[in-house]
Structure formats: structure tokens, C-alpha cells
Ligand binder design. Structure first.
Ligand SMILES: Cc1cc2nc3c(=O)[nH]c(=O)nc-3n(C[C@H](O)[C@H](O)[C@H](O)COP(=O)(O)OP(=O)(O)OC[C@H]3O[C@@H](n4cnc5c(N)ncnc54)[C@H](O)[C@@H]3O)c2cc1C
Length: 387
């Protein structure tokens, strides 16, 4: 692919998008998109390997180098194409590429890049969230299998998942970070029970998952047995860089930009937002978003050039969470009492959508490690402050 110049490649992508991306999908990654169009769009991406553009073609990826992949992403973003992402593409896949055996890569990566298998993440437990290494779910060897007993919580998408990547304790006597393994197993089997939980925004995408004698094949342990903590941390780095550095979080998924929304709600006088205080806040919000984007781009360039080995994922995740919460707080200020609706008459759909988005963003400073945990990581690994 590097034989095609970036400009030629961009042209190729643009004409491909004209042919393959239906008009009704050019609205960003939103809920409720027409299923048929979305399926065809997914198939088109899969046929080019563009769900996972940087993965090798032998695993169903696009085989693009970093620059071509970035050009593709920019074109997709410019046309507001819905992104097809998952736990598989963003977290498990990159982790398997680094730590998986050849057999594991062959077995799992092509299914992920073809968007055929849905994965969920079995990390958190009722007594192990921020202090993840305290997890108690056990896996005991039985012939070629492990037998798993315990409980996970806040497992996003568990009710729809085919497989789980899961942290389990395989050595009870070892110090807590040294007795953990990272294992993969199917969700649809006896001994796995999923119980959905409803969150503050009314969504029920999360579950408690109970294991009582569930089975995993021993060959599906990723990395060394009892050496899962290293794999778990690496996967978390991928999770934390998923959103850090994106320009406008949830606003990208809404019908209109934050600025347009605030202008519509508050009104415009002499070409500027009518309320001077909100005008200031909106400007500040946009500056934050641009500064974060540029900082993350600079940090990524530095990391690629080998100028720093520091883990900047936590920094991006922390600032990003604050930014998206700030965006939705601002939207609520613009809405006033119209932001208090939940359902029913008296509220426009766009108002209700914003209220729920505001509630949804409360979770952004919790998932993937809370803001306080990110600050601890930044102190230790970025600023290198001694404990
Ligand atoms: C939307 C969403 C999706 C999620 N999806 C998944 C998923 O798919 N899979 C999964 O495994 N988990 C998932 N989680 C769980 C998430 O990882 C945990 O909620 C998170 O790690 C915090 O753990 P906890 O809820 O047990 O809170 P706790 O760890 O009990 O923390 C409670 C409070 O104490 C603070 N705190 C704790 N320790 C420290 C410390 N050392 N220093 C300073 N403050 C501290 C925290 O910041 C927090 O404010 C999800 C959570 C959310 C909100």
C-alpha cells in the first residue's frame, strides 16, 4: 500500500465512499441507524479489511501503514461515516497481536476483523474495580480445560457477547499481581449466567456475570499462566487510548455540533451567541477540545519517534473524560429547564437526547479506570513521582 501516494489513496477512498456509504449513514456513529444499510456498510468495510485497517491482511486486516490508515480514518470522519468498533477491534485484537500465540491469532483475529464475533471484557468484580488485582474469580485446571467460578460486574455488552476475555485467579497462594491469568472462553455455555443492570441514563448495556463451573480451554490462556497482569495492563492502555484525543466525544454522535446546538437553544445576536457567559464557556470548551487533540497528536508523534516511552493513554483518557462532561454540562446550561425531561410530552427529542447524553457522560470518568486512578497512573508513569 505504501506504493500509493497518500493523495492518490485519499482520492481512491473518497470515490469508494461515494459508492459504498449510503446517504442515510452519513451522520456519525449514532444509535438507531437503519440496520440493513449498516449491515451492507459493514460488509463493504470488511471486504477491504478496513474495520481493522492496520492489521496484517492474513488476519483480515487492511495491511495499511500508519499514514495510509490515518488518511482513511480522516476521510471516514470527514464524511461522518459510522465507525464499526468493538472490544475485539479496539482492545483484544491489538493485545493478541502482541501477546497471542500464532494459533490464537489465527483462531480469533480474522473473526474480529470480519465483525463476526462479539466480545466482552471480564475485568471488574464487586470487590475489585480500581484495585483490580484483588479479583477473586477462580480458574482451576482440569485436564485440557480450566473450570471457572466467580462473578464479574459492569460487563458491557455481556448479554450480547459470544466470547469473553477474562481475568481469573490461577494461583491463590501467590502475591495478588502474580496469581492472575488472562483467558478467553465462550459465553454461551452452561455455567455462565448474565443478569443485566440499568444505568442512570436508562440504558441496560451492562450486566453482572456469574460463573459456576464454566469451562475454558487451557490453550486459550493468553501469555503465561499466572502472568496475566502484564497482559491486562497492556489491554487497559489500548482501552484508555480509544477515546483520549478524540475531538468531541459524544457530540460526534449527536445530530448537530455542540456549538450549533447551543446557538439554536440560546439564540444569536449580531452574529454571536446571545448569552456572553455561555459564549465564553463555549469558546473555552472548543479551545480545550483542540488543545487535547493537538497534545495527543504530539504525544503520539513523540512516542513513534522514540523520544519518550511514557504512557500517555491515562493523560488522554483523563482530559477526554473531563472534556466530554464539560460539553454536556454546557448543553444542560443552554437547555435550562428543558434539560430536566426524561420522556413524554413537553420535550423535543433533541432535548431528551441531550439529557440522556449528559447522564451517560457521568460514566466517562469511571470506565477504564476512574479519574482518580488515571491521576495516580499519570503521577507514577508520566511524571515519575516516587510512591
Ligand atoms: C460505563 C461503564 C462501562 C464499564 N464497562 C466495563 C466492562 O466492560 N468490563 C469491566 O470489567 N468493567 C467495566 N466497568 C467497570 C469499571 O472499570 C469500574 O467501575 C472502575 O474501574 C471503578 O471501579 P469501581 O466501580 O469498583 O469503583 P471503586 O474502585 O470502588 O472506586 C470508588 C471510588 O473510590 C476512588 N478510588 C478507589 N481507589 C482509589 C485510589 N487508589 N486513589 C484515589 N481514589 C480511589 C475511585 O476513584 C472512585 O471514586 C465499566 C464501568 C462503567 C461506568
Amino acid at each position: 500500500m505504501s506504493s500509493t501516494s497518500i493523495e492518490e489513496f485519499r482520492q481512491e477512498v473518497r470515490s469508494w465512499l461515494e459508492k459504498n456509504l449510503p446517504q442515510e449513514l452519513r451522520v456519525g456513529s449514532r444509535k438507531g441507524l437503519p440496520k440493513d444499510s449498516l449491515r451492507k456498510w459493514t460488509e463493504a468495510l470488511v471486504s477491504r479489511g478496513w474495520i481493522t485497517p492496520e492489521w496484517p491482511t492474513e488476519y483480515g486486516g487492511g495491511g495499511l501503514d500508519r499514514k495510509h490508515a490515518a488518511a482513511l480514518k480522516a476521510e471516514l470522519k470527514a464524511i461522518r461515516a459510522p465507525m464499526i468498533t468493538s472490544f475485539g477491534t479496539m482492545m483484544l485484537g491489538p493485545t493478541l497481536l502482541e501477546f497471542g500465540t500464532d494459533e490464537q491469532k489465527q483462531e480469533f483475529l480474522p473473526q474480529i476483523s470480519r465483525h463476526e464475533v462479539v466480545w466482552c471484557q471480564g475485568y471488574s468484580e464487586p470487590g475489585a474495580g480500581s484495585d483490580l488485582a484483588s479479583l477473586q474469580t477462580r480458574a482451576v485446571r482440569d485436564g485440557d480445560d480450566y473450570v471457572i467460578t466467580g462473578q464479574k460486574i459492569w460487563t458491557t455488552g455481556a448479554d450480547k457477547a459470544d466470547w469473553i476475555f477474562c481475568l481469573v485467579r490461577t494461583d491463590l497462594a501467590a502475591p495478588k499481581h502474580e496469581g492472575i491469568s488472562f483467558i478467553l472462553f465462550p459465553m454461551h455455555q452452561p455455567g455462565v449466567e448474565v443478569s443485566p443492570l440499568t444505568l442512570i441514563d436508562g440504558s441496560a448495556d451492562f450486566s453482572q456475570v456469574f460463573f459456576d463451573g464454566a469451562r475454558a480451554q487451557a490453550k486459550h490462556v493468553v501469555g503465561p499462566v499466572n502472568g496475566g497482569w502484564t497482559i491486562a495492563k497492556r489491554l487497559l492502555q489500548h482501552e484508555r487510548t480509544t477515546d483520549g484525543g478524540s475531538e468531541g466525544g459524544i457530540t460526534g454522535a449527536m445530530k448537530e455540533t455542540l456549538a450549533d446546538f447551543v446557538k439554536r437553544e440560546v439564540g444569536v445576536e449580531n452574529g454571536v451567541l446571545a448569552d456572553p457567559q455561555l459564549r465564553q464557556r463555549l469558546a473555552q470548551q472548543e479551545i480545550e477540545a483542540k488543545a487535547l487533540k493537538l497534545t495527543m497528536r504530539r504525544a503520539r508523534e513523540e512516542a513513534r519517534a522514540g523520544q519518550t516511552a511514557r504512557d500517555i493513554g491515562s493523560l488522554g483518557k483523563y482530559r477526554w473524560a473531563n472534556m466530554v462532561q464539560g460539553e454536556q454540562n454546557l448543553a444542560m446550561l443552554a437547555l435550562g429547564t428543558q434539560g430536566l425531561g426524561w420522556s413524554g410530552p413537553g420535550f423535543e427529542d433533541t432535548h431528551l437526547e441531550r439529557t440522556r447524553a449528559w447522564l451517560t457522560t457521568r460514566a466517562d470518568s469511571i470506565w477504564g479506570g476512574t479519574n482518580e486512578v488515571q491521576l495516580n497512573v499519570i503521577a507514577k508513569r508520566v511524571l515519575e513521582i516516587p510512591e
